[in-house]
Design a protein around this ligand. Sequence first.
Ligand code: SF4
Length: 393
Amino acid sequence: MIKKDIYTKLKILSQAAEFDNVCTGSGKRIKINTYNFTRGLGGIHYVWLSNGKCLPLLKVLYTNFCINNCKYCYHRRKNDIRRTSFTPKELAELTTDLYRKGYIKGLFLSSGIYPSSDDTMEQMIKTVEILRREYGFKAYIHLKILPGTSEELIKKAILLANRVSCNIELPTQESLKRLAPDKEQKSLVVTLAKIKSLKEELEKESSTSTQLIIGATPDTDKTILKLSQNLYKKDLVKRVYYSAYIPVNRDKDLPSEKPPYLREYRLYQADWLLRFYGFSLEELFDKEENLDIKIDPKLRWALSHPEFFPVEITKADYWELIRVPGIGPTSAKRLIEIRKKEVIGEEALKRLRISLKKVTPFITIRGKTLFKGFRKIFIEKKTPFKRYQTLLF
Ligand code: SF4
């Protein structure tokens, strides 16, 4: 039987779920379940895993005490808020109880830092040890590695959790200095590098992620994606999550408004183009430093490069095909396979669930186009950008 005061703690510590701009970034949150499952508590977040599964997780802080004073964070030292901590036993019991009742399928555990990273991390690890060893909890666990955690504790975390992550939070050292003076980008990247080398040493295959807050500083989309690209190139993270800044504190250094939701979305699209579509940063930002919020970055690139189109889909290679708006890696691979066995036509595209509306302005099939505006767009090459948009939407 879970004691009443543990639910009170859960209520306070799961509030972090509503203020994503703390050490709690996670997989893309699609919904916060506010169902009154345990006397009016929240804390359940649905996250997408890399294998496509969607899991309800208990997302909670071990403690909301913190020695740091990050200006964008609700839990910063300076704020006068209700504070509490679990004990490892309490949190392990609570997680097991919610799991047995079928409310959650795993745990996402982060924390404020109190009194030090190692002290807090030790308590978080104890919680997971109790879960794994005493309660035989085999479900998904995501552990946040606090900045500056020692190697010994990172090792334990890697062995116990399904996934670990460490947030870089802001894209440049200057921004960190201004908004999170207790943190240094270099040491956060070093923590990610330690995680990588320890995973190799332990031969543990699991993905590492990080979170960047967008819109709290004037950093441009290009700066943000440049950092992500470097992290991917060095194989320090499998995934960067972009989390739109939420104003929870008043401070002269902070904007008073959230960035538009679409900015976060466009960053995810551009990140995808860099990782899986062979685009370079320079191609996405040939003139501007920020992505165009009104239009998908792949379509934006296509409309600015009429010289690349039309793509002849009966001959184009994989990399050419995936540059066509409306064709992704899966449909490009399937198209190449099908093309070996049959004559490609409109029917085959429909079968592959490729949207004719999206692709026809950009392709030819055996030299012929299915799109009426084709001559204007790609042969005359005179149509201004606005006209392209009118034709396409
Ligand atoms: S370290 Fe900074 S972001 Fe994390 S809980 Fe403390 S004040 Fe918040």
